[in-house]
Design a protein around this ligand. Structure first.
Ligand code: GLU
Length: 470
């Protein structure tokens, strides 16, 4: 049997971290088992589904590199198929038209509440043969009246529902559109889904879906209901806990593999390992290791994991990941050092790609002004000569590498008998325009020979002006 999982988001809102975690578990389970992962957009709620939300899902999945083996399928393109089953079930007596009006249903509900009963549809239209003129009926599924539904959930264990607790659910609204629980089972059946992995907010839907799958004559997939993700305060993770839209994390400079690493640990563990490459996740992932209890979202841990992935990423890949952030800041990534070099120099110094891009701005953009405070403190007349000497030493270098740059700085400092910091900091201010950067040799190397000389000339002009004034 080929494992086939599906991620079935409804495009009624942003792509939420919780949904991404569900998608990830589906994807990993399929990959781990050499199976197939299917993407299905559940867009039957036409009022709340938007093309923007569909794009956000597709875009998010592409960014996270969770490629689907099949899909995206769209439920709105499958209405004929749903209608076919509805007609068939009506003909076979597995479903029926219900003409109850809102008022009748409200009255039924009120009576049940008064008697302290569970509110549910009582099946009064089940055996009705007449057609009520002027009322567009809904279609209800004839749920079994007795017996029980047993779910052998891969995460939750055995969960039993009594059929007496379930009612005859609506499978088509009065306007003819099919409803969620119904479309899901048709699709899960047609798409030959073997494992339904989803949030445990769907656990209550499962017995209804299992009964309908039986009516369809289809087998039942394995189910795995994932525990909730909570915010730091113990409530279900939502907007009020901060960003929950996966796009926000991309914007803030998180690496896709770090997001996956963080999300996989929300509910799953492999010994006490914290950092996983995507390959390791695929290799180790198993539903048997999914916890039953809810896990909490911890933004500091996510940041830490991001940094670990930044440190470990191959330079070329990290450099490429940096490119869009530089562009977004209005910088031209072509007007500067290779992005792999920037990545290598900055990987230990940035927790996010945004931080990296901001830190390395001076490598891509000539600044017209030096930070006033840094200039005042560091570009003083005493550094005129050593700075001039280091400029000349750089100019004379045949090979622009960190070791040669380092040596030039050392020899100038030695010649002027000043300690390295006394030369390094003015140099830093001159070539970066500010007081903070990676080690000075690497900084100068990144800035490049031509720019370094130009910037030193500019700084020397400033120092000369100051020397003339004082
Ligand atoms: N479309 C449903 C949702 O977004 C998921 C359905 C399912 O996984 O069965 O919550």
């Amino acid at each position: 049997m080929t494992v086939r999982t599906r991620f079935a988001p409804s495009p009624t809102g942003v792509l939420h971290l919780g949904s991404v975690r569900t998608a990830l578990f589906c994807w990993l389970y399929a990959r781990h088992n050499g199976g197939e992962y299917i993407l299905r957009i559940e867009d039957t709620d036409r009022e709340r589904s938007t093309p923007e939300n569909v794009d956000a899902i597709l875009d998010g999945m592409a960014w996270l590199e969770m490629e689907a083996d099949e899909g995206p399928f769209f439920q709105t393109q499958r209405f004929d198929r749903y209608q076919e089953v509805i007609d068939q079930w009506l003909a076979e007596g597995k479903a029926y038209h219900c003409y109850c009006t809102k008022e009748e249903l409200a009255e039924l509900r009120a009576g049940q509440m008064e008697r302290g009963e569970k509110t549910r549809y009582d099946g009064r239209c089940r055996d009705r043969t007449d057609v009520r003129e002027g009322v567009e009926p809904v279609v209800r599924f004839k749920n079994p009246l007795d017996g029980e539904v047993v779910i052998e959930d891969m995460v939750r264990g055995t969960v039993v529902f009594q059929n007496t607790e379930l009612d005859d659910l609506i499978i088509a609204r009065s306007d003819g559109t099919p409803t969620y629980n119904f479309t899901v089972i048709i699709d899960d059946c047609d798409m030959r889904i073997t494992h339904v992995i989803r949030g445990d907010d769907h656990l209550n839907n499962t017995p209804k879906q299992m009964n309908m799958l039986a009516a369809l004559g289809a087998g039942v997939p394995a189910y795995a209901h994932l525990p909730m993700i909570l915010g730091p305060d113990g409530a279900k993770l939502s907007k009020r806990h901060g960003a929950v839209d996966i796009r926000d994390y991309r914007e803030q400079g998180y690496l896709p593999e770090a997001m996956l690493n963080y999300l996989v640990r929300l509910g799953w563990s492999h010994g006490d390992q914290e950092i996983f490459s995507v390959e390791e996740m695929v290799e180790y992932f198993d539903i048997a290791d999914v916890n039953q209890s809810a896990s909490s979202f911890n933004p500091e841990k996510l940041l830490w994991i991001n940094q670990q992935h930044i440190i470990a990423a191959p330079a070329e890949k990290l450099g490429e990941a940096l490119r869009p952030y530089l562009k977004k800041m209005g910088l031209d990534p072509m007007q500067g050092p290779s992005l792999a070099d920037v990545a290598n120099v900055y990987r230990e110094r940035a927790e996010t790609l945004v931080e990296m891009a901001e830190g390395a701005r001076y490598c891509f953009e000539d600044f017209s002004e030096i930070d006033a405070k840094a200039a005042k403190k560091n570009l003083r007349p005493v550094v005129l000569e050593p700075l001039q000497a280091v400029r000349d030493a750089f100019k004379a270098l045949n090979s622009w590498d960190v070791a040669a740059i380092d040596e030039a700085i050392h020899s100038v400092a030695a010649a002027y008998e000043i300690n390295l910091g006394k030369l390094g900091q003015p140099l830093r201010v001159a070539v970066t325009g500010g007081a903070v950067s990676p080690p000075i040799d690497s900084t100068v190397w990144l800035v490049g020979k031509e720019r370094t000389i130009q910037r030193l000339d500019h700084a020397l002009e400033l120092v000369k002006i100051r020397a003339a004034i004082s």
